[in-house]
Write a protein that binds this ligand. Structure first.
Ligand SMILES: Cc1ncc(COP(=O)(O)O)c(C=O)c1O
Length: 463
C-alpha cells in the first residue's frame, strides 16, 4: 500500500505570522511548481511522498522556502537533524576541512577525521562496544549487523542462521533490511527471518517476555538456531520503548542461547530519547548497534558499533565499503556529536520531550476514542484510528492533519506506521519550550488543527 500523494494544486492559506512560523503564500507556492514538475519527470514515483515545499534554508529547528514562508521543523528531516539544521559547529568544521584542501574521499585509506570519529564513538559507547565500522546509510548498518550475527552463528552451527525481528518494525529499504523489517509480503519469503510481536505495540496482547518464546515455538524455531535478535530500541511507528523487564529478559535469553542482541539505534540514537543511546533506558548493552540519521545531523553517515566478538569476524578487506567514513560526513558527525554532548541537548530532549508528550496527550484527550499518543524524549506519535476496538488505522485523518499542519507553518513528514495512520513529532533536540508552545497553541497551531480534523469525527468532543 502506497502513501497518499500531496496535491500540487496551490491552495489558499490563512496567513500565519508568529515568532517562529510565517505562512504568506498559497501552498504549494505557484512559482515552485516547475521544480516539482522537473522531479516528476525525472525521478522514481516513490520519491513523491512529502508535503510540497522546496527547502531553501534551514537553521536550528526552522525550515524556510525561498518565498517568505517559515516552518517549525517537527521532522528533523526524518530524525536526522538532532543537533539542529546547519549547526554552527558542523558548518565551521566543514568549512575548515574544505578550506584546507583536505581530501573529499579516500576509500579505505586512512584519514584523521575517520580516526577521530571512530575513537569518539568508542569512547561514548559502553563496554563491550569497542569497535566501529562506518558506512553511509542506516540500511547498510542494519544489514551489516544481520551479516555479522549470521556469520558467527553459521560458523558455530550451519543451522544457527535465524534472525528474529519484530512485527511492525522498520530497519531500512534495502533487501535484507526490508526482510528484517517484516515487509516481506512482496518479496521472496525467507524462512531465516521471523517476526515476533513488539511488546508495547498498541495491538500486542501480551507485553511479557513469554510472547517472545511462545512465538518462536509457534514458528517451530529452536532457540539454538537463532543467530540474532534485532529490535528497534523504540518502535518507530508508535514511538514507544519496550518494557524494561522484557528488554532485560531478552538480553538474558540472547546470552543463554549465544545469539547476538542488536538494538537498531538508527532512529533512536544520539540523544533523541533523552539518553545518548536509547538502550540505556533498559540498563543493558546490546552486542551490535546500527546507527545512522542523527549521528551526523547532516551529511550521510552511518555506523555499526559492536563488541570485538562480532566486529572482528572478518579479516582485512573482507568487510569494507567504498565510502566508509567519508571525510566530510565524518567531520560533520564528530562536530554534531560534540554539540549534542556539550550543549545540553540530551538533557533538553528529556525535559522538553516530557513537556511535549504531556501537551500532546492533553490536546488529544478529547479525541481519545480515535487518537492515541506515544512518545519518549523528543519523539512522539499521534496514531489515528477509524475504530478504536479493531484498531483500524485512519490514514485519511492522519493525512489531513499533516497537510493542514503544513499549511499553517508546522512541518511534519508524511504519515508513517501501520496503514500510514501515524504522525510523528521529532524536532531537533535544540527546540525550545517557547517554540513548542507556539507550534501547539499559537494561531493555526496543532491544537486547533487537531480539532479541525477530529472535531467532526468524534461526536461530542469538547476542547
Ligand atoms: C530504525 C531504522 N533503521 C534503519 C533505517 C534505514 O535508514 P536509511 O534510510 O538511512 O537506510 C531507518 C530509516 O528510517 C530507521 O528508522
Amino acid at each position: 500500500m502506497a502513501a497518499t500523494e500531496f496535491s500540487l494544486e496551490p491552495c489558499a492559506t490563512d496567513p500565519i505570522e508568529t515568532v517562529f512560523r510565517t505562512i504568506c503564500t498559497d501552498l504549494p507556492v505557484a512559482e515552485s511548481l516547475p521544480i516539482f514538475e522537473q522531479l516528476r519527470h525525472s525521478e522514481a514515483r516513490s520519491m513523491r511522498g512529502q508535503p510540497p515545499l522546496i527547502w531553501n534554508q534551514a537553521e536550528g529547528f526552522l525550515v524556510r522556502d525561498g518565498y517568505g514562508n517559515q516552518w517549525i521543523d517537527w521532522s528533523s528531516g526524518v530524525l536526522v537533524g538532532n543537533a539542529g539544521h546547519n549547526h554552527p559547529r558542523i558548518m565551521q568544521a566543514l568549512q575548515e576541512h574544505l578550506a584546507s584542501s583536505k581530501p573529499l574521499m579516500t576509500y579505505v585509506f586512512a584519514h584523521q577525521a575517520r580516526a577521530s570519529l571512530a575513537a569518539k564513538l568508542v569512547e561514548v559507547a559502553p563496554d563491550p562496544l569497542s569497535r566501529v565500522f562506518l558506512l553511509t546509510t542506516g540500511s547498510e548498518a542494519t544489514e551489516v549487523c544481520i551479516k555479522l550475527a549470521r556469520t558467527r552463528g553459521i560458523r558455530s552451527n550451519p543451522k544457527k542462521r535465524v534472525i528474529v525481528t519484530y512485527a511492525g518494525g522498520f530497519h531500512g529499504r534495502t533487501y535484507g533490511a526490508q526482510l528484517a523489517g517484516g515487509s516481506a509480503e512482496w518479496l521472496d519469503p525467507n524462512p531465516s527471518f521471523i517476526q515476533v510481536p513488539f511488546p508495547s505495540s498498541i495491538d500486542t496482547k501480551d507485553p511479557s517476555f513469554s510472547s517472545f518464546t511462545d512465538s518462536l515455538a509457534e514458528a517451530g524455531v529452536a532457540p539454538g538456531d537463532v543467530a540474532g535478535v534485532m529490535a528497534e530500541t523504540f518502535q518507530g511507528r508508535e514511538a514507544k520503548l519496550m518494557p524494561v523487564d522484557y528488554a532485560q529478559a531478552l538480553r538474558a535469553w540472547c546470552d543463554e542461547h549465544d545469539a547476538a542482541l542488536i538494538f537498531d539505534e538508527v532512529q533512536a540514537g544520539f540523544g533523541r530519547t533523552g539518553k545518548l543511546f536509547a538502550f540505556e533506558h533498559y540498563g543493558i548493552v546490546p552486542d551490535l548497534v546500527p546507527c545512522g540519521k542523527g549521528i551526523s545531523s547532516s551529511l550521510p553517515l552511518s555506523a555499526v558499533i559492536g563488541s570485538e566478538r562480532y566486529m572482528d569476524l572478518y579479516g582485512p578487506g573482507e568487510m569494507t565499503s567504498t565510502h566508509t567514513g567519508s571525510p566530510l560526513p565524518s567531520v560533520a558527525a564528530l562536530a554534531s556529536l560534540e554539540a549534542i554532548l556539550e550543549e545540553g541537548m540530551i538533557q533538553n530532549a528529556a525535559a522538553t520531550g516530557e513537556y511535549l508528550l504531556g501537551a500532546l496527550q492533553e490536546i488529544a484527550a478529547p479525541y481519545n476514542e480515535r487518537v492515541e499518543v506515544g512518545g519518549v524524549g523528543l519523539v512522539a506519535a499521534l496514531l489515528f484510528f477509524d475504530n478504536r476496538q479493531s484498531l483500524t488505522p485512519d490514514p485519511q485523518a492522519a493525512f489531513e492533519f499533516c497537510e493542514k499542519c503544513f499549511q499553517r507553518g508546522n512541518l511534519l513528514f508524511a504519515p508513517v506506521g501501520k496503514g500510514y495512520g501515524a504522525n510523528k513529532f521529532c524536532p531537533p533536540l535544540s527546540i525550545t519550550r517557547e517554540a513548542i508552545d507556539d507550534g501547539l497553541y499559537g494561531p493555526g497551531g496543532i491544537k486547533e488543527t487537531l480539532h479541525d480534523v477530529m472535531g467532526s469525527r468524534v461526536v461530542g468532543a469538547t476542547t
